[in-house]
Design a protein around this ligand. Sequence first.
Ligand SMILES: NC(=O)C1=CN([C@@H]2O[C@H](COP(=O)(O)OP(=O)(O)OC[C@H]3O[C@@H](n4cnc5c(N)ncnc54)[C@H](O)[C@@H]3O)[C@@H](O)[C@H]2O)C=CC1
Ligand SMILES: O=C(O)C(=O)Cc1ccc(O)cc1
Length: 307
Amino acid sequence: MTAVLFDRIALIGIGLIGSSIARDIRKLGLAKHVVISTRSAETLKRAEELDLGSSYTGSAAEAVEGADLVVVSVPVGASEAVAQEIASRLKPGAIVTDVGSTKASVIAQMAPHMPDGVHFIPGHPLAGTEKSGPDAGFAGLFKGRWCIFTPLPDTDPEALARLRNFWEALGSRVDEMDAVHHDKVLAIVSHLPHIIAYNIVGTADDLETVTESEVIKYSASGFRDFTRLAASDPTMWRDVCLHNKDAILEMLARFSEDLAYLQRAIRWGEGDKLMELFTRTRAVRRSIIEAGQDVDVPDFGRQRPDA
Ligand SMILES: NC(=O)C1=CN([C@@H]2O[C@H](COP(=O)(O)OP(=O)(O)OC[C@H]3O[C@@H](n4cnc5c(N)ncnc54)[C@H](O)[C@@H]3O)[C@@H](O)[C@H]2O)C=CC1
Ligand SMILES: O=C(O)C(=O)Cc1ccc(O)cc1
């Protein structure tokens, strides 16, 4: 068992990510007391049934009282409301972090509300599945996955080291970068793939003759992979799109340009151009596998190592 890292941890939001963190804390004994808070009474009740924490409250403000670490795991669009609610009740010296998929917007929403003496360190674990809610989480989700911190310039190194220890105890590898850079990188590696998936599945659904039955009946693995991403939580992804607007639009513009190139090569029968692209992209996949980054999310999710 790993040592206790924080006496009291408050988890605000207990969906896929919050509940996975809760399961790891419990399994590894990382805290003496874990207080769980979430907006919906139904989700809070479910968290209690799953025995994810030590105590439960519908009030985020009440939850953070006396907490040494506060982890906010809510859709990014709810960040400011949570920051506003907890601000006056935070313990001096407490570390406040989040797990949001976009970072510049979360900082803009939360940082202005953080009192002096509280260490606000934005974070983003690059791990998840298309599922949501407290039942979808599992211990071990973060093992071998990156967690990116986007610390503000005046962040206390000691607080940063404590948070790094926490994520490393969960099995993550921690990296640091600035929030704008994070948002650009994530726009291409995560946000665009989800948007493309929502779009292709939406297009197929609009083709009525196909949707009669054939989309389901003949869905080959390529399309099925897209439907997994396109089944991701609508609220979460609406918020990601609205809160990483500039970087997503920039990447979408590049994507559309490259798609037009591909379209033209197909129209004019330019097989050499297709071969060049398809060969180059195969090498990208090989590099990912060689770097040990080919964690198979769907199977990993289904197997639920702690089930
Ligand atoms: N799902 C994924 O694969 C990943 C998600 N993230 C980020 O983690 C955060 C949480 O995502 P999930 O756990 O997947 O979502 P989820 O939908 O499973 O859980 C969200 C939780 O937030 C609570 N909540 C919603 N609105 C709220 C509000 N206004 N005030 C307080 N609580 C509220 C819900 O009751 C629920 O407990 C999001 O910011 C998302 O961008 C980060 C990495 C991976
Ligand atoms: O399910 C998948 O394939 C994911 O990509 C999960 C995911 C979703 C959002 C994030 O910010 C990080 C990871």
